[in-house]
Design a protein around this ligand. Sequence first.
Ligand SMILES: C[S@@+](CC[C@H](N)C(=O)[O-])C[C@H]1O[C@@H](n2cnc3c(N)ncnc32)[C@H](O)[C@@H]1O
Length: 276
Amino acid sequence: MYIKSPIPYLGSKYKMLKEINIVIDSSNVSNCVVDCFGGSAVILANIQKEFKSYVYNDTHKELYNLFKVIRDEKYELISKLKWLVISRDLHKEYVENSNNLSDVDKALRTIFLFNYSFAGDHQTSFGYRRTRKAKDSKILLEDVLKFHNKLRRWYIENQDYNDIFRRYDSNETLFIIDHPYYMSDTKHIGSNMRYDKARNEEDFSVNVKQMVDDLKGKVIMTLPDTDFYNKLYEGKYYRTETDIPYSLYKSPDKKAYFDKKEIKEMIITNYLVREV
Ligand SMILES: C[S@@+](CC[C@H](N)C(=O)[O-])C[C@H]1O[C@@H](n2cnc3c(N)ncnc32)[C@H](O)[C@@H]1O
């Protein structure tokens, strides 16, 4: 029922789309929806409620380029994707050389590296499984086409969230906020992988909260259900629990990388969510 992003992404909220859509439906806003930390763009692409304007934002330059190319240069990307040969040599070539590529070739490189690297992290090696076939590049092609249909009228931004708040804030704006998590008592494996490490610090979360306090628009935030975030958002915010496990969790003893039992995702809003 939901469409997939052409890239698997660390921290993607694909599994929370049902819960996120219920909360969005309660927002009473229908002018502008802004995904401030858009990542794989899977949230914005699967919003069921109709808005007049859609904004994707992420500071990650490769993602920004990828979604712009899918929007504006679909045919060029598709024709190259058709001839993509999945190989270890191409992986090496793409890892070693990212310079002097056209925007379309950069987008192709991004799709390839996210899909065919170990654990989806393209700073690692070529990913393969002894127990599963390689992902067919035809599937990627279909994903790109489906995505193009969704994002062809989006505004695509590559700004710090502060600038996005300033530019788009109004009583009729809904901000979706899924920033990199700070895990005070645990080790957040995401911080060692794709996101910028400096952005995973406690201060980052506190700064976002301070900015969110002053917004005129409606806000929906996905956060791990930890003491740190519950305390940070206690008071005028509303909390919706979910059963979705936070999967990028590594316990303090560093044994359990994916201990799905311990921490759940939650949704924080600055408006009351109707019961469904
Ligand atoms: C948890 S991921 C978002 C995942 C996304 N919701 C999805 O479903 O794929 C957080 C994103 O925030 C981006 N980011 C980090 N710092 C940022 C900043 N200051 N402003 C905007 N985006 C930022 C990262 O590049 C990353 O893609």
